[in-house]
Write a protein that binds this ligand. Structure first.
Ligand code: DPX
Ligand code: MG
Length: 560
């Protein structure tokens, strides 16, 4: 017999989920029981709901969509931070919350896990602000349409959705699910608008001598990575990639011109974007961080903005077209425009040969990056936490097939540990390498224990610079110092009696090289390598960027 819970499970499986992340609580136990009955859905339990949300977020990065199940208020409110992240990062994560029994609604009953007032609608109201669709299920008759609407909207908009289910409804009989096409089939691009947009864009490119393509973070959510390569091939121009979109355009492509990030761009990338007279922005997102405190703002008249469902250029605004359709059609219409490629080759400096540090010299950040480079392979996914890990990550040149994940719009510290766990659950065939700072690690470290539980060979490079160095460079004070931890023994504690995680400490280049060997050989669990460096040993990019962001933050209020 189908129930509300089994209907939900069937739909989640139909959209490609093999795992659900969950933390149990009395309001969701009946629902978890129903979901357990699904033969193709495995439940993955997390240490807390923030981690549960971020694990799902990481899973969605690898798998396209994800779900997290939590209990009412005490769980859901904690997961909301991760849900905000999924919104900011364009990831369809479905947050499912158990909810109070329908008999207790609109009565004088006060309930546990609530604010202690009779109105429990606050959770749904908050969820509406953080998702593209939020539904509250209190009747089995309405459940199928509500579940379908939430999932369908999340997949269409690549944003999170929220579903709460009353604890006495989860097991109630319900209609069986119909074909999944009703949920996943998209409305096609409007053909007339597509034709007009492609015509205007082709004209824009014909009238420009030096176009360049700038790839942004919304490209993947739009499913347009392949179409972007087609356009690049057809135009023959340079392709610069924004930091948040690293790996969304292959770095081994002959037209790849590096990372564009204002004054901290990789050599040649900023010059080529500034030199261009027509920047084709694909899913680009400009905020205070990506414009380096508003110091790298493109001139409107030189820009063609192609967003996931909208194209703007030269005073035109075309809606209701899919980016991938637009790019694929434009690729068939444009002529070669290679000027920025020729110029990039002229100005791009030679990459200087790197000299390894002496094996017993004190470990430095630059030596860590040097040792990371050769171990990034085609099957590697690098996950880089907020902090100097962002800037270290940018220094890795990715071979074809390698992936790179950052959470630059939301920028929550602590994101990367559970996200790496979720990612590794979804993509066990990939080697997940996590770059994380000591401060960030303290928020969500418990999820290393789940990596141990699931025997996931994630390699964690923990940069221990004894504090919040990114904040030190933006604005220093006593609040940037943190309590030190014994990271090696922490892994022992998480291993308990049966775990196979490894914890190693590197204070010299030689120790790091040995630790990397151990990590690569350990397939039975995660390996954490604590890289001990000086508090001020950070990238020069962080210093320059931090100064600009600090200036932008310190602007006095404008007088009207
Ligand atoms: C904060 C940040 O140690 O990295 O390389 O030393 O900077 P670095 P750590 O992980 O420290 C991170 C720290 C405190 N940001 O420098 S980036 C503010 C912040 C945030 N997210 C949340 N709370 C505070 N980004 C959830
Ligand atoms: Mg730090």
């Amino acid at each position: 017999m189908d129930t509300v819970g089994s209907y939900l499970g069937a739909r989640l499986s139909q959209i490609g989920l093999k795992h659900l992340f969950a933390v149990a609580g009395d309001f969701n136990l009946a629902l978890l029981d129903e979901l357990l009955k699904h033969p193709d859905l495995t439940q993955v339990y997390c240490s807390n709901e923030l981690n549960c949300g971020f694990s799902a977020e990481g899973y969605a990065r690898a798998n396209g969509a994800a779900a997290a199940v939590v209990t009412f208020s005490v769980g859901a409110l904690s997961a909301f931070s991760a849900l905000g992240g999924a919104y900011a990062e364009n990831l369809p994560v479905v947050l499912i919350s158990g909810a109070p029994n329908t008999n207790d609604r609109a009565t004088q009953h006060l309930l546990h896990h609530t604010l202690g007032t009779h109105d429990v609608s606050y959770q749904l109201e908050i969820a509406k602000k953080l998702t593209c669709a939020a539904v509250s299920i209190t009747s089995p008759e309405d459940a199928p349409s509500q579940i379908d609407r939430a999932i369908r909207t999340a997949l269409r908009e690549k944003k999170p959705a929220y579903i709460d289910i009353a604890c006495n409804i989860a097991g109630a009989p319900c209609a069986p699910p119909g074909p999944i096409t009703a949920v996943i089939n998209e409305e096609p691009s409007d053909p007339d608008t597509l034709r007009a947009a492609v015509g205007a864009a082709a004209e824009f490119l014909r009238s420009r001598r030096k176009p360049v393509i700038l790839v942004g973070s919304k490209l993947r959510a739009a499913g347009a990575e392949k179409a972007a390569v087609e356009l690049a091939d057809a135009l023959g121009c340079s392709v610069a990639v924004m930091a948040a979109a690293k790996s969304f355009f292959p770095e081994d492509h002959p037209q790849f011109a590096g990372i564009y990030w204002g004054e901290i761009s990789t050599p040649g990338a900023r010059e080529i974007v500034d030199w261009s007279d027509g920047v084709v922005c694909l899913g680009a997102l400009f905020n205070d961080y990506s414009t380096v405190g508003w110091t790298a703002v493109l001139k409107d008249s030189d820009v063609l903005t192609a967003d996931p469902d909208r194209v703007r250029l030269d005073g035109h605004d075309f809606g209701r077209i899919h980016l991938r359709d637009f790019l694929a059609a434009l690729a068939r219409k444009v002529e070669k425009r290679i000027a920025t490629m020729v110029e990039y080759r002229r100005i791009c400096p030679e990459v200087p040969a790197e000299t390894p540090a002496a094996p017993d010299a004190e470990l430095m950040r630059a030596e860590i990056v040097r040792q990371l480079r050769p171990i990034v392979g085609a099957d590697t996914t690098v996950i880089a936490e907020t902090g100097d890990s962002w800037f270290n990550g940018m220094k890795l040149r990715l071979p074809g097939g390698a992936r790179f994940e950052v959470e630059m719009q939301w920028g929550s510290i602590g994101w990367s540990v559970p996200a790496a766990f979720g990612y590794a659950m979804a993509a066990p065939e990939r080697r997940v390498m996590l770059l994380v700072g000591d401060g960030s690690f303290q928020l969500t470290a418990q999820e290393v224990a789940q990596m141990i539980r699931w025997k996931l060979p994630v390699i964690i490079f923990l940069m221990n610079n004894r504090g919040y160095t990114i904040e030190v460079e933006i604005h220093d004070g006593p609040y940037n110092n943190i309590k030190s931890w014994d990271h090696v023994r922490l892994i022992d504690a998480f291993n308990a009696e049966d775990g196979r995680g490894r914890g190693l400490r590197a204070t010299t280049g030689g120790e790091l090289a040995k630790a990397i060997e151990v990590a690569l050989a350990n397939r039975q669990g995660p390996t954490l390598i604590e890289c001990v460096i000086d508090r001020d040993d950070c990238t020069s990019d962080l210093i320059s960027w931090g100064r600009r962001v600090a200036t932008a933050n310190a602007r006095p209020p404008r007088r009207e």
